[in-house]
Design a protein around this ligand. Structure first.
Ligand SMILES: [Zn+2]
Ligand SMILES: [Zn+2]
Length: 145
């Protein structure tokens, strides 16, 4: 599912609004989703939250670290403790081979177009529809017709 770049991957940098937290990603995202769930909506303060699911081993926090909010039994959400920017979504305790990074936190976010929607039934009606695949829940859930 991951995109196959024709040339070597150029690392992608990013961070929060106040620049207290900075990161570099040294491998391509595994996939990129646009989430419409109400929790992402609240955390980001936006209509939906595009996020890149990336190999944890390819992510380096270069300056600062996110603060974490345990948003459910299954997840924690990372943000800048100084400016509040939305940065990450992760399993509690930072386990697992992947971590999600907010697309809007990347310096060159235009390079990170979502491949599909997740939690599409929760989409706000005034968010424009497009032709990307639409998952009922997360990216492993069934597609909507
Ligand atoms: Zn900040
Ligand atoms: Zn979500």
């Amino acid at each position: 599912m991951s995109p196959r770049p024709a040339k070597a991957f150029e690392p992608l940098s990013g961070g929060c609004l106040c620049r207290a937290v900075r990161f570099v990603l040294s491998a391509p995202p595994d996939y990129i989703s646009n989430c419409h769930c109400s929790m992402c909506r609240r955390q980001s303060g936006s209509a939906c939250l595009p996020f890149a699911t990336v190999p944890r081993a390819a992510l380096r926090w270069m300056r600062g670290r996110p603060r974490w909010y345990r948003s459910s039994a299954k997840a924690r959400r990372g943000f800048c403790g100084r400016c509040g920017s939305t940065l990450a979504y992760d399993l509690p305790g930072g386990r697992g081979p992947q971590i999600d990074l907010a697309v809007g936190a990347f310096d060159r976010a235009e390079r990170l177009a979502p491949q599909w929607h997740v939690y599409y039934p929760d989409k706000l009606a005034w968010v424009a529809a497009d032709r990307l695949p639409r998952h009922v829940r997360g990216s492993r859930s069934p597609l909507m017709r």
